[in-house]
Ligand binder design. Structure first.
Ligand SMILES: CC(=O)[C@@H](O)[C@H](O)COP(=O)(O)O
Ligand SMILES: NCC(=O)COP(=O)(O)O
Length: 241
């Protein structure tokens, strides 16, 4: 039987649009309800310290309506973030090493240098019954380091793959296959995300069929504008069959 890969829709960009005016249009909670109604397996949010898109209140409001998997991403260096996650208790927290005010996520953890730090933070969340994933570059040594922190999963940072996909997809996917093989060998679950889209997703899944989950926001929301939200969610689901 083939391994099923979950699609978690990242709804940050709905919040970006809402925050460009006062008021509540588009409604971020409705975006979460609709993602699930249209077939997504989960919802991802990445509340940043400046709350420039997802606000802490959104996270609490989404928790009330979520019937699928809730994944909260963020940097555990902020006590405010840790407190929020422990209060909301999502199914999964994804730890991302972003600096304050960073435009978007652009690197994974150095799991060797920050091993003790990660081990301590991960234990906090696991004690509360929350599955933990950590954001890593597709580097075998970083996956080996991740396995020593007690994390349940890694999330492979896929911007590099997305960037190189068009010019040479075999070369683009190679480090991800090696990292994913190492993760499998070390019994870590595997998530992936950042700049995955309707063109590069199927090839990624085909080469790493044991992939557990992808979280996709930017491209899916752009596609929703062109193609409709329901259609976009279903087209992404189809790439993972
Ligand atoms: C960890 C990751 O790759 C995503 O969360 C991405 O950073 C989206 O965040 P923004 O929507 O703030 O760009
Ligand atoms: N973890 C990656 C994510 O949630 C969405 O990234 P993107 O599709 O907005 O680049």
């Amino acid at each position: 039987m083939s391994h099923s890969t979950k699609l978690s829709v990242n709804i940050n960009k709905f919040a970006t649009l809402r925050n460009s005016r006062s008021g509540n249009n588009p409604d971020v909670v409705k975006a979460a309800i609709d993602a699930q109604r249209f077939g997504a397996d989960g919802v991802t949010v990445h509340p940043r310290p400046d709350e420039r898109h997802i606000r802490y209140k959104d996270v609490r409001d989404i928790k009330k309506i979520i019937g699928t998997e809730f994944n909260i991403e963020g940097n555990c260096s902020e006590q405010k973030f840790i407190d929020l996650v422990l209060e909301v208790k999502p199914e999964q927290v994804t730890l991302v090493p972003d600096a304050l005010g960073q435009l978007t996520s652009d690197h994974g953890w150095n799991t060797i240098e920050h091993q003790a730090y990660l081990t301590e933070k991960i234990a906090l969340f696991k004690k509360a019954g929350i599955r933990v994933s950590i954001f890593v570059d597709p580097v075998v040594e970083m996956v080996e380091g991740a396995a020593k922190t007690g994390t349940d999963r890694i999330e492979l940072y896929t911007e590099g793959y997305a960037r190189r996909f068009e010019s040479n997809k075999e070369k683009a996917i190679a480090p991800y296959i090696a990292a994913a093989q190492k993760a499998k060998e070390l019994k870590l679950g595997i998530n992936a995300g950042h700049d995955l889209d309707l063109y590069n997703l199927q090839f990624f899944k085909k080469n790493i069929p044991w992939l557990d989950e992808v979280s996709i926001g930017h491209a899916l929301v752009c596609d929703a504008l062109y193609l409709g939200y329901e259609n976009a969610v279903q087209l992404y689901k189809r790439q993972l069959l």
